[in-house]
Write a protein that binds this ligand. Sequence first.
Ligand code: ATP
Length: 213
Amino acid sequence: MNHKIIGIFGGTFNPIHNGHLRLAIELYERLDLAQVRLIPAACPPHKEQPDVTSQQRLQMVQAAITGIQGLTFDDRELQRQGLSYTIDTLSSLRNDYPANPLALIFGMDAFLGLPSWYKWEFIMDFAHIIVVTREQSGCQNITNTMNAFLHKYQTDNPQDLITKTAGKIWLQDIPTLNISATQIRAIIAAGKNPTYLLPPAVLDLINTQQFYK
Ligand code: ATP
């Protein structure tokens, strides 16, 4: 592989939906990424254990990205025992790709919650961070800690993401779809129709395996 930026997009993906997928495709194209790796979390430290197994969430991710250029799945968090910490995932990716810039992708909501993550300040040693600012939400409600963090690492020069392999924060304003997995689970549980919120192949899996009923 050449030394383009590898995008790393982690999440519960319970289920993966068009909001996630549009975000990944937009970033792949706009930032000329080598690829975006979608990494389902095994036991997300921040969320309750989902009612669908991690293998089933992975299966939905695989179905969602089939045939989509630039998107790939990565099951390394499911291979590990215990909690999935992002810092461990990054360290393992750095081993696999010593020369590529790595860029962790976050929605602004997830980014602002970073200080509760295990060893969060060390993330910058392994990767850049791309923060997607959704619906011009900008940085309202930003804490002093995150303001200082942004100030220390933010760059306005896209070349920094290519010439360095880690350590910069890039804010990317892109249109995002107002879809959440919570909303989709609620629609299905209520016996309503979630068509167009997620790929047909994922909805097929949900229907045949009776998820979220
Ligand atoms: P839930 O509703 O269960 O909390 P979710 O839809 O927010 O799930 P996650 O798997 O928790 O999905 O999200 C993973 C990442 O995707 C996070 O960084 C989050 O900010 C981002 N994300 C979630 N929904 C969207 C969306 N509609 N558009 C762009 N990014 C999104």
